[in-house]
Design a protein around this ligand. Structure first.
Ligand code: UD1
Ligand code: CA
Length: 476
């Protein structure tokens, strides 16, 4: 049976990042570097190159080699993976050897060990499947992924003999001038024959830098006359991140890929250069994203929306035909047809029902706003429940915090809240009621009542505005 173990190297400190955070936890497109690699590994079985050569679905969980910041990385990744600990960071060869016991305990015993680095987040499931498939097809001892580039920078160089056979991989630090000019580089994805791997790792020489290089296995296999296969991939998929300049370059590439996915799926993005969309965001067709917009987390946006310019949306659900201009939404839900902005802020727990119109300088937090409600100018609604067809006058504030507790405000359907009303919670304004401009409402307002003043008192009763009858309360 052709099963394979997967090993992801994540023990290094990432010195060149100059960070206290372990390198593999730095993020691109809103996910830690290592999470991108693990996602690619876990989706190998759905890749088209995952040929019948792999006769069974692989059930082995990926093995992550931890070292620097081990607890932090493990906490970030959780129980989904197996872990091996590299106690000293003696190089990539030493790191793979640290997985020996874990790999050998797997049932059924894998014939192949696939090794990836956690700092290459652009790697995709298709290319991993291709490396695996080629390795099995050729029954090779070592198969590895290469790329051609005229800027080989700090990649290991692939050295071939006159006949084109691979002889070794030479690390940049040890390369002579001629080798430095080689344009075929090691991308850092390998398949090894498991039985060959362990003794070969144990025979690795220690480099002058004190490290055991995984890449030296290629030279060992070559000198033993073993079969070495290379798979040529695109550099775009294999850029490794060693410093923050590379981090930004990869961010840009990934960002572009995500934007293109949405554009091909029917979303208009006016200015890709200033639009940021996280990896887990979903957007419906014919939605238009205007410049300067950032959409992150597990946000879902419906069809025919207009989002931006200058808008930030995180972890939110926006239904069809909503308009969001120059606003910030966090953990917010909009039903269909909501329009907001410019310059408004919905904080966690804001729920705006159908066709709510919220204009400029409004803030809503932990509140339900009933459908067709208008709240056009600079108001704060926190910890409140509003019915439908409410009109919130300019400058209305729910005074929800008494210095100790957050208190709730209820505003019934069809109420009209006058400009500059202070609703001192806990308080309830009954349906069809009205507050005069500048009232300070400290006690409950009966349905249909018109209140004014400081503190607000009943002035008169009000005719229902929608033609229906207020549930209780006198009429004028
Ligand atoms: C490595 C390759 C190089 C290749 C490049 C591709 C070696 C010796 N060199 O270089 O040929 O072109 O990747 O991106 O392998 N790690 C450990 N334990 C260690 C050292 C490293 O787990 O003791 C992990 C790191 O966390 C990292 C990965 O291995 O995720 C690669 O290490 P890194 O130091 O970045 O190797 P490169 O210099 O990029
Ligand atoms: Ca690297």
């Amino acid at each position: 049976m052709n099963t394979y173990a997967t090993v992801v190297l994540a023990a290094g400190k990432g010195t060149r990042m100059r960070s206290t955070l372990p390198k593999v936890l730095h993020q691109v497109a809103g996910l830690p570097l290592i999470a991108h690699v693990l996602n690619a590994i876990e989706s190998i079985p759905s890749a088209s190159a995952f040929t019948p050569l792999l006769s069974t679905t692989n059930t082995h969980r990926p093995i992550v080699v931890l070292g620097y910041g081990a607890e932090q990385v493990e906490a970030a990744l959780g129980e989904r993976y197996l872990y091996a600990l590299q106690k000293e960071y003696l190089g990539t060869g030493h790191a793979v050897l640290a997985t020996r016991e874990t790999v050998d305990r797997l049932e059924p015993q894998p014939q192949t060990v696939l090794v990836c680095y956690a700092d290459t987040p652009l790697i995709g499931n298709e290319i991993l499947a291709r490396v695996l498939a080629e390795h099995l097809r050729h029954q090779a001892t070592v198969t590895f992924l290469t790329a051609i580039t005229d800027q080989p920078s700090d990649f290991g160089r692939v050295v071939r003999d006159a006949g084109g056979q691979v002889r070794e991989i030479v690390e940049m630090k040890r390369a002579n001038d001629e080798q430095k000019r080689i344009q075929e580089v090691n991308s850092g994805v390998y398949c090894f024959d498991r039985e060959w791997l362990w003794p070969a790792l144990q025979s690795l020489p220690r480099n002058p830098s004190g490290e055991y290089y995984l890449t030296d296995l290629v030279g060992i296999a070559s000198s033993q006359g073993r079969k070495i296969i290379t798979v040529n991939g695109s550099l775009d998929e294999t850029i490794g991140i060693n410093d923050r300049v590379q981090l930004a370059a990869v961010e840009q590439l990934l960002r572009r890929r995500i934007l293109e996915r949405h554009m091909y799926a029917g979303v208009t993005i006016i200015d890709p250069a200033t639009t940021y969309i996280g990896a887990d965001v979903e957007i419906g067709t014919d939605t238009i994203i205007l410049p300067g917009t950032m959409i992150t987390g597990k946000t879902r946006i419906g069809s025919e929306c207009r989002i931006g310019p200058g808008t930030t949306i995180d972890q939110s659900i926006i239904a069809d035909r909503c308009i969001v201009r120059n606003s910030v939404l966090e953990e917010t839900t909009f039903e269909e047809g909501v329009s907001i902005g410019p310059f408004s802020h919905c904080r966690p727990g804001a729920y705006l029902a159908r066709n709510v119109r919220m204009g400029n300088f409004g803030e809503v937090k932990n509140s339900y706003i009933g459908s067709e409600t208008d709240m056009h100018h600079f108001s704060y609604v926190g910890d409140a429940t509003l019915g439908e067809h409410v009109n919130i006058g300019a400058g209305t504030v729910t005074v929800n915090y008494d210095g100790v507790r957050k208190n709730h405000t209820n505003i019934g359907a069809w109420t009209s809240i006058g400009s500059d009303t202070m609703l001192v919670a806990p308080v309830t304004v009954g349906e069809h009621a009205q507050t005069g401009a500048g009232s300070v409402v400290k006690s409950d307002v009966p349905p249909g009542a018109v209140v004014v003043g400081v503190p607000a008192r009943i002035l008169r009763m009000r005719q229902p505005v929608d033609g229906s009858t207020a549930e209780s309360g006198e009429k004028e």
